[in-house]
Design a protein around this ligand. Sequence first.
Ligand SMILES: [Ca+2]
Ligand SMILES: [Ca+2]
Length: 71
Amino acid sequence: MGSLPPKHTRDGSGGGINDNISSMNNTTYRGIYMYEHANYSGFSYYARPRSEDDDLTNNDFDNVASSIRFL
Ligand SMILES: [Ca+2]
Ligand SMILES: [Ca+2]
């Protein structure tokens, strides 16, 4: 057949994520903040150390996170 389809490229500037996270699994012993916008701004979601959340829709944070900060 023809050529391969173009690869999907992620355009997250600064962090490598951009509105792609629907669940999280914090396997570290540090708290993690996820922020609505790049550069740690906007609405934030806090993940406790050693916690997981397989559904961020009920946190109003589905496909929202654009930056992450480890405490
Ligand atoms: Ca949740
Ligand atoms: Ca965002």
